[in-house]
Ligand binder design. Sequence first.
Ligand code: UN1
Length: 498
Amino acid sequence: MKKPKVYKNFINGEWVKSHTGETFQNINPANTDDVVGIFQQSDDQDVDAAISAAAEAYKSWRLYPAPKRGEILYRVAQRLLKDKEEISRDMTREMGKVLAETRGDTQEAIDMTYYMAGEGRRSFGQTTPSEMTNKFCMSIRQPLGVCGMITPWNFPIAIPSWKMTPALVLGNTVVIKPATYTPLSVVNLVKAFEEEGLPPGVVNLVSGSGSSVGQPLMTDKRVGCVSFTGSTDIGRKISEACSPDFKHCHLEMGGKNCIIIMDDADLDLALEGSLWGAFGTTGQRCTASSRLIIHKKVYNKFTKMLVERAKALKVGNGLEDGIEMGPAISESQMNSVLEYMRIGEKEDGAKLLCGGGRLTGGAYDKGWFTQPTIFGDVEPGMRIFKEEIFGSVTDCIPVNDFDQAIEFANDCAYGLSASIYTQDVNRAFTAMRDVYTGIFYVNAPTIGAETHMPFGGTKHTGNGHREACTQSLEVFSEWKSVYIDFSGTNQRAQIDNQ
Ligand code: UN1
């Protein structure tokens, strides 16, 4: 086998080794003989150098005209489009999801980058009359400085682009720590910025673990904002680390998303949506459809249809034609999913309808493959009803009526995404209003968000912010209200105009 390539950190416009001299391997989860690359195992000194570079670059980048910043983004989007196939293949190799999906992931980064390129000529504030004579009011956005980003492995290039592009177009500089399972996709994104003329120090990449890179990044006083996507447990720690300095802190965390399937639903459509929502990306999406809440009148029929199709899903190496579901990202993730399968089997009343284990034999033995798994007769209170599994497992939950479906949908610590399949417009709108999530779909599964719509969730999914769309600009800027008095007199607001 070819010797794997060594990838470096990107600090102040240079690709450099970590001062630790240590590295880690990035392994293909579909074939553990395949080492995708060797990456730097960095520590706080590397983070310090990256933050210093970003702080220095900020001095001039914030003054660089916003439309010009947008033009760089525009060129980056074009380059990503040109390199889409190669980037997507690298991504399937390091992350495991099938090529059609990694192409989608890359496309999402392209869409986001084009969208934010346009913000270079917008970033609108308000102008408004003053209550005083000969006085003018406006609000403008100001950047925060150095933004720290800690990104996940399930959307290896899309999510970094959701964070980097709004931050950059607003005039911030960036230090990004990619997930250790998928650093190559972030290297590919950062390379596009480098090649399209982003000044040195504006974007810096430091690879390594959460404790040795993430921790110093989130606690450094020079960092004005931390944006994180990952688990709720880690998100809570980041929130605590940010709070002493009142850093902007954006958290995008867990989900336990549901599809409601009513008795009047187009069941064939609901079937396609449920399979895609539950097993797309091997269920490793924050938005995955991990609870299917099904009206009792169609419960038996629908679960039968679903199980039949789930059993027939083609699981394997995502680079091969015809494969519909890839592996889990890692051995530990696979073990955690297998553990949930055991937990589900032990739940009193729940029935394992299909799957329930690891796929073994032949090429499967080289990767972390799990069976598409469905539990039936799942009820509130069960762990598999409540906890995020992040794998190829979904629940079928029978309900008596619409009201119970809404109650069960909301019986959840998380609030990312939900959906309903129904032909009844009144029910669709009622569910849209009453299910408390950040994203809602009608006659579509819980996955498939578009970049020009706000992305994020309620309750333990987030801390009130949204990614993508113009809402993401709020994360990476502060408003400044500006009053210009051209009266030549000392006018006292609320007093002199009464
Ligand atoms: C995630 O689930 O972690 O909406 C991100 C979707 C994708 C993004 C998902 N566009 O499913």
